[in-house]
Design a protein around this ligand. Sequence first.
Ligand code: COS
Length: 386
Amino acid sequence: MALEPDVFEQLLHTVRRFVHERLMPAEADTARQDRVADDIKQEMRELGLFGLSIPEEFGGLGLSMEEEARLAFELGRTSPAFRSVLGTNNGIGSQGLVMDGTAQQKANYLPRLATGEIIASFALTEPEAGSDAGSIRTSARRDGDGYILNGTKRFITNAPYAGLFTVFARTESADKPGGAITAFLVEADTPGLSLGKVDKKMGQSGSHTCDVIFEDCRVPASAVLGSKEGQGFKTAMKVLDRGRLHISAVCVGVADRLIADSLAYAMQRRQFRQPIAEFQLIQAMLADSRAEAYAAKCMVLETSRAKDRSENVATDAACCKMFASEMVGRVADRAVQIHGGAGYMEEYGIERFYRDVRLFRIYEGTTQIQQILIARNMIKDAAAAV
Ligand code: COS
């Protein structure tokens, strides 16, 4: 369900102002203190930003994918750490519940996720299972009217603040000798669930990840997402299809920001008695960045519209994630180059973006995983057409 066009334009305008007036001025402090200030988080709640993709009946804004992408373009124009605060409630943390949860599970959790009262995290990755998501080892053993979870999840975004985890674990299965993957909704205060120490990262300071450890952690049978065992892998894949589009949109936003900063710097910085923007080698970098960001934007919007028409966008979402995340890496590299020595200095903030964007090529599926997905689907489609 999309919003009325004028209501959406108003929201877009409000978010744009919030990004410019509140978030951009707070970027350096957030990075230095490695913390998003509580008053900023509160303003995000008041703006409804935790519930962008949660249906209206559960208190969210129920944006269409296209609307969400357009909003993510705006949120991308500042440090990715800010977007990360609300990223999991809108994306991988809540979408399993939205797509596959039972009516009772949705009613129980979605309203609180939409307001930001609780933070949701997606616990798939493990020490031995990253790209190969199907090989997770965390186990969920049936025990009377519940399950006992054991295992460790790694690099879990927002885990230090999460109230709810969507945990992927192996349950026994008559059809699959190694067990099937089942998703569980596990509340953070469940006995047997503990957190590791917060990871030290290369960038995106202010956003946090850590291990989530399950030691004989008992959950009721009602914690099985959708009340169906063995559906977890498909849920994870569907959630990631959507998440990849959102991340692609954020990449476009960051690229636009870096292009704007690079252009402003090039027009004001003088060398050889003229602004460096007059030099064709600088112009080439600006033009390449502009064209690539525009291409990514078109891809994201086109794929988002297809998703809103309920088409299968698994291949195109992977194309978007691969292209947009690689694109923003190139744009950030050129931004450093255009800024020269200033680009390397903390004070100008460009080096921070350069480090921040490196993650986009890795999480929610590496570039190499996207390549595999795209090619595999091409081959499958071609074989099916014969
Ligand atoms: N939507 C719905 N179902 C899907 C799907 C999708 N997008 N993709 C796969 N499935 C289904 C398949 O149809 C298949 O179902 P059946 O068993 O009924 O045939 C099942 O899921 C297994 O799919 P597949 O054979 O493709 O699984 P693989 O183990 O080969 O996994 C990749 C493939 C590599 C694509 C998967 O492991 C992956 O996406 N890895 C990256 C994980 C990731 O992004 N991690 C980041 C951490 S989360 S921030």
